[in-house]
Write a protein that binds this ligand. Structure first.
Ligand code: TXA
Ligand code: MG
Length: 319
């Protein structure tokens, strides 16, 4: 496995059916030629991802999105015009050129144009779309730095295209249509209010373990290996007298918890900064001394809703 910023090298590997981790503004992806079923199968294998969980495809622009989808709702076009390149995935009816393994047998496929210069270069230099889920083992925290990818999947992929840390830090917002109405399948980098400003009210679909249609929203996703619980801190310490209890905080430290057992997402209370740090700190939790962490939720506005969604799923995990 190699790490570097050589777009031509990455393109060569992808043309041969290999796997390359790609930077995006949200999280690092684990990419393969979406039109090559064997290459896509390798993504599922490396991630240990169940085959019923569909992948999204990445394209360089709206015109390419049209090549792989059979119908683009006018509201989807409006959103694409406004937010692409950017953290919005549109679920649209797929064409046969996208193999069933990508969409896990669904008739739709998620498509987005990522906003990262290196990956846009790469997408322009190959003549196929890139299927790419987040480059982490299934169920674990998404990677926002090349080192995160290297430490977890480094042995099993061909190249990591280094684009630095991801600017946004939470995954794309996913929107599709059901019975002609827009539905949000995952909260993410684009706030719902910004979407509603353009196309009117949208329904938010709360996914759970009982809904395998979009299983990325399994309630125990985004979990570090250590256990995370909700507040309050002092009560948790009392409940687990034999455990070291740390804290993942929004903007300030708790006086009752040792300083170096605490991680603060944004000292200035900035939600964008909190999103930027979120997955890095969820990974750090596994390296710090405490056995258990108490999580403080962030203000539930703007991108804070996407952060809280990840935090809820991380605390819902039963390991
Ligand atoms: O920001 C992102 O979206 C990142 C970067 C790499 O682009 N990708 C990402 O992929 O988060 P992944 O596979 O980790 O999450 C994609 C989610 C999955 O939860 C999947 O269930 C859902 O999209 N999904 C994919 N195709 C779908 C479809 N046709 N209908 C509904 N949900 C779909
Ligand atoms: Mg993922």
């Amino acid at each position: 496995m190699k790490v570097g910023n050589h777009v031509g090298f990455a393109a060569e590997i992808l043309r041969k059916g290999g796997l390359v981790s790609i930077p995006t503004e949200t999280v690092y992806g684990l990419a393969a030629d979406a039109t090559n079923p064997d290459a896509v199968a390798a993504i599922f294998k490396v991630k240990k991802r169940p085959s019923f969980d569909p992948l999204i495809i990445h394209v360089s622009d709206f015109e390419s999105a049209k090549k792989y989808t059979s119908h683009i709702d006018p509201r989807a076009k409006l959103l694409a015009d406004h937010f692409w390149p950017g953290p919005l995935t549109l679920v649209l009816p797929k064409k046969d050129s996208i193999p069933d393994i990508v969409s896990a047998g669904l008739t739709t496929v998620g498509v987005r144009v990522p906003n990262h210069p290196i990956t846009l270069d790469l997408l322009r230099s190959v003549d196929f779309p890139l299927a790419a889920p987040s480059a982490n083992l299934f169920g674990y925290v998404s990677p926002t730095r090349p080192q995160h990818v290297a430490s977890q999947l480094g042995e099993s992929i061909d190249y990591i295209l280094d684009g630095g840390p991801c600017a946004i830090g939470v995954e794309s917002t996913i929107l599709g249509f059901e019975n002609d109405s827009p539905v949000i399948y995952r909260r993410g980098g684009i706030e719902i209010s910004a979407i509603e400003d353009l196309i009117g009210p949208v329904k938010v679909n709360e996914h759970s373990n009982s809904n395998p249609q979009a299983p990325g929203m399994l309630s125990s996703h985004y979990s570090p290996f250590k256990k995370l619980v909700g507040e309050p801190y002092d009560q948790t310490v009392k409940a687990f007298p034999n455990l070291k209890v740390g804290a993942l905080r929004f903007s300030n430290k708790l006086p009752s918890c040792p300083e170096n057992w605490q991680l603060v997402l944004s000292e200035s209370g900035n939600l964008l900064e909190a999103a930027y740090h979120l997955f890095e700190y969820l990974r750090k939790i596994d390296e710090l001394e405490p056995d258990l962490f108490v999580v403080e939720f962030v203000p539930d506005i703007g991108i804070g809703q996407a952060i809280n969604d990840r935090l809820r799923r991380a605390t819902a995990s039963n390991h």
